[in-house]
Write a protein that binds this ligand. Structure first.
Ligand SMILES: C[S@@+](CC[C@H](N)C(=O)[O-])C[C@H]1O[C@@H](n2cnc3c(N)ncnc32)[C@H](O)[C@@H]1O
Length: 273
């Protein structure tokens, strides 16, 4: 068996080095999973996280050096995939993600999938309605609303607008895209540019920054009238998220219409009091 001399007194055979490398890689993967769970933007089930680790080295392949898989495309944490394809309204919706460049806004969160699926199954809510999406990110939900026949305004912060525009444009047929607006709306400073109310307000995973909860509440109040249907899909990560949802009840009738166990996402339907 070949030996590696690290210093005059330490000799490691290749099997020991191999075991050391495998153990280190598992420790790194474990640390990654722990950190992604604790971030406010942790958006994976424990299973997804575990799968990510397993793509690197499994218990089985630990016993079989030839079976070690260093990279497995299917096990990549969904938020880190450069591109994801979703199927809604009989169309492939292709979203290019940019987690490392634009962060939370440029990846599709589970809440967006839950809300998109709900809309697809309840198309009447948005068909021929004026719809605004808040904190749209990739714009997946707004794209689905547009495809279902809504007159949609898709909004987010100025910083992500160009990315949002590109994603929306590449996924909508020309005629529908022409009827879809993409506008900057930062709840903390752009509200005075919006002078109308909408039939429907959509928001996926937008309840997470405590500092802007007041502004988000003001936005929901200003953009709605008594007929407006507000749909918020949320993963509850912290008590502060629940507290904010409770605060909404001072102004809106709030009903939880759905809980996706698979994705750990709640969907709330609200109308103004
Ligand atoms: C977790 S991401 C959700 C993105 C998308 N709705 C989804 O579910 O895939 C939160 C979104 O809220 C937006 N956001 C954060 N603060 C905002 C603010 N003050 N005004 C408007 N949008 C904001 C971010 O830019 C981001 O797109």
């Amino acid at each position: 068996m070949s030996k590696l001399t690290l210093c005059p007194t330490i000799f490691l055979d290749s099997y020991t080095i191999y075991r050391y490398l495998i153990l280190s890689s598992i420790c790194i993967q474990f640390a990654f999973c722990q950190s992604c769970k604790s971030t406010p933007f942790y958006d994976s089930t424990a299973e997804q996280c575990k799968a990510s680790a397993l793509g690197f080295a499994t218990a089985e392949n630990m016993n079989n050096a030839l079976a070690v898989v260093v990279y497995n495309e299917d096990s990549v944490f969904p938020l880190h995939k450069p591109e994801r394809t979703f199927k809604y309204c009989d169309r492939d919706i292709v979203i290019k993600q940019d987690w490392s460049g634009l962060g939370v806004a440029a990846v599709v969160w589970d809440a967006a999938e839950v809300l998109s699926e709900y809309l697809e199954n309840s198309a009447d809510i948005v068909k021929d309605k004026t719809v605004i999406e808040l904190g749209a990110g990739t714009g997946l939900v707004g794209i689905v609303a547009s495809l279902l026949g809504a007159k949609t305004t898709i909004t987010d912060r100025e910083e992500v607008l160009q990315y949002l525009q590109t994603t929306v444009k590449s996924n909508l047929p020309g005629a529908i895209y022409k009827n879809t607006q993409i506008l900057p709306l930062d709840w903390t400073r752009d509200l005075d540019k919006f002078h109308t109310t909408y039939d429907v307000i959509l928001g996926a995973d937008i309840v997470y920054i405590e500092e802007v909860f007041d502004d988000l509440l003001s936005t929901l109040i200003q953009l709605s009238n008594k007929e407006t249907v507000i749909l918020l899909s949320c993963r509850i990560r912290y008590d502060r998220d629940t507290n904010f949802l409770n605060r909404l009840e001072d102004h809106f009738d709030v009903v939880k219409v759905l809980y996706s166990k698979e994705k750990d996402v709640n969907l709330y339907k609200m109308t103004k009091r």
